[in-house]
Design a protein around this ligand. Structure first.
Ligand SMILES: Cc1cc2nc3c(=O)[nH]c(=O)nc-3n(C[C@H](O)[C@H](O)[C@H](O)COP(=O)(O)OP(=O)(O)OC[C@H]3O[C@@H](n4cnc5c(N)ncnc54)[C@H](O)[C@@H]3O)c2cc1C
Length: 389
């Protein structure tokens, strides 16, 4: 058989797994090295449910072994490396990988590639503990995911007065869960805009507002959180609002802000906001020119709507283009963010919710059926195995 072609995939979450699995099925010559700081796949989508209601879902529904998901491929086709890429060197076509959190020289290794896929995604201020309580909304490098989840569950269980800053899907979902949690919590949701779910259709915005009000969530509209500080003496958060009011809370949850995981990516490949520039084939664009050896996929790209629902099609596009390039075929797949139908499905508590598919508003029972009953965890094994279309 012809020589294997080395493909390095940076990031082992939804997007990196989609490309790896789909490419292995299409290209017998691809030898994939998947690099991720944890050997576990974290289905973060269900975080609003299991962080607030720990008994509602066992961890086996949202944490999976990554290497075990690649057992069926022949030896040499797939290698997993637990590490964090710290540099891309195009002069040697290699990446530098730190294999522990301290990133000392003796804990680094170098891997060379023919093709590179950047799937390093994004994180949030809450995940990093930069704003409000530390909540693992996304995976965190080298951290024990289960421990981070357990600590967050304990923090939320103990909190009685909770302020949520940001009324997008995550803010609304977590408010709905908290309103149903035991211990009669006082939940306040702070929305920068007059409506909740700014990106949704009008009926959905109204429905979200009414469902949360019925659950006694206090909604502060057209207000922003200026600052939230933790006072160690009183063990409370002082949440300062744009109106001048200061709310004392046991927990402040920031649900706003998306931060690109881009520290290792050459600046020449990033847009001014720090996201990777890509062309319609999802090839990385460096200084205005498409690279033939590097693709990007998922949240890290400059495409709007950083959503899981966008990842599978992007992964298919990259896998198909890589398979064609490896086989030296002229076939080209393209991706258009605008061509994908807009949708939003937002559970508000265990049994209802709201959302839309294009212009169609979804009934609460449909939202429960598709997402609310177990927060899509039934789909996690398919994402892990790249079986979503
Ligand atoms: C709480 C929450 C709920 C959500 N719910 C929904 C939803 O219901 N529907 C929906 O469509 N979308 C939802 N999203 C958005 C969705 O999570 C993202 O679109 C999705 O995670 C993108 O996947 P990704 O693989 O591109 O990136 P990520 O999931 O961010 O994963 C990136 C991976 O790369 C790794 N990595 C980072 N840097 C490096 C490096 N230097 N070297 C090696 N590895 C690295 C990370 O550790 C991580 O494993 C939600 C987001 C949040 C935060």
């Amino acid at each position: 058989m012809s020589k294997p072609i080395s493909v390095i995939v940076i990031g082992g979450s939804h997007a990196g797994l989609a490309v790896s699995q789909k490419l292995l099925r299409q290209s017998p010559r691809a030898a994939i090295t998947l690099i991720n700081p944890s050997d576990e796949y974290y289905f973060n989508i269900a975080a609003p449910r299991f962080l607030v209601k720990p008994d509602s879902l066992p961890s086996s529904k949202y944490v999976y072994s990554i290497p075990a998901a690649f057992h069926e491929y022949p030896a040499g086709a797939f290698t997993f490396v637990k590490g964090l890429v710290t540099n891309i060197d195009y002069s040697t076509k290699s990446v530098l990988v730190a294999t522990s959190a301290d990133q000392t020289a003796d804990a680094t290794s170098s891997y060379s590639f023919d093709y590179l896929v950047i799937a390093s995604g994004s994180t949030t201020p809450a995940t990093l503990g930069q704003s409000g309580v530390k909540l693992p909304f996304k995976p965190t490098a080298f951290e024990d995911t289960r421990k981070a989840i357990q600590e967050a569950q304990e923090t939320l269980k103990a909190a009685r007065r909770i302020v949520i800053g940001g009324a997008g899907p995550l803010g609304v979902e977590i408010a709905g869960e908290l309103a149903e949690a035991p211990g009669s919590k006082k939940v306040t949701l702070v929305s920068r805009t007059k409506v909740l779910l700014e990106e949704a259709t009008k009926p959905v915005q109204k429905q979200a507002m009414s469902l949360l009000q019925r659950k006694d969530v206090d909604i502060l509209a057209e207000v922003t959180v200026d600052n939230a500080e933790y006072e160690t003496d009183s063990k409370t958060w002082k949440v300062k609002l744009s109106t001048g009011r200061v709310i004392t809370a046991d927990a402040y949850i920031a649900t706003t802000g998306t931060i690109p995981n881009n520290e290792f990516i050459p600046k020449s490949c990033l847009n001014p906001q720090g996201w990777v520039q890509v062309d319609e084939q999802l090839r990385v664009v460096e200084d205005g020119v498409s690279r033939s050896d590097t693709y990007a996929v998922g949240d890290i790209t400059c495409h709007p709507y950083r959503l899981l629902s966008r990842v599978s099609l992007q992964g298919e596009t990259v896998a198909s283009n890589l398979a064609a390039a490896i086989a030296k075929k002229n076939h080209v797949s393209t991706y258009s963010a605008e061509a994908q139908k807009k949708m939003m499905v937002v559970p508000v508590g265990q049994s209802t919710g709201t959302g839309h598919l294009g212009g169609w508003t979804l009934f609460g029972c449909l939202v429960w059926f598709f997402k609310g009953k177990d927060f899509l965890t039934y789909e996690a094994p398919k994402f892990l195995r790249g079986q979503m279309t």
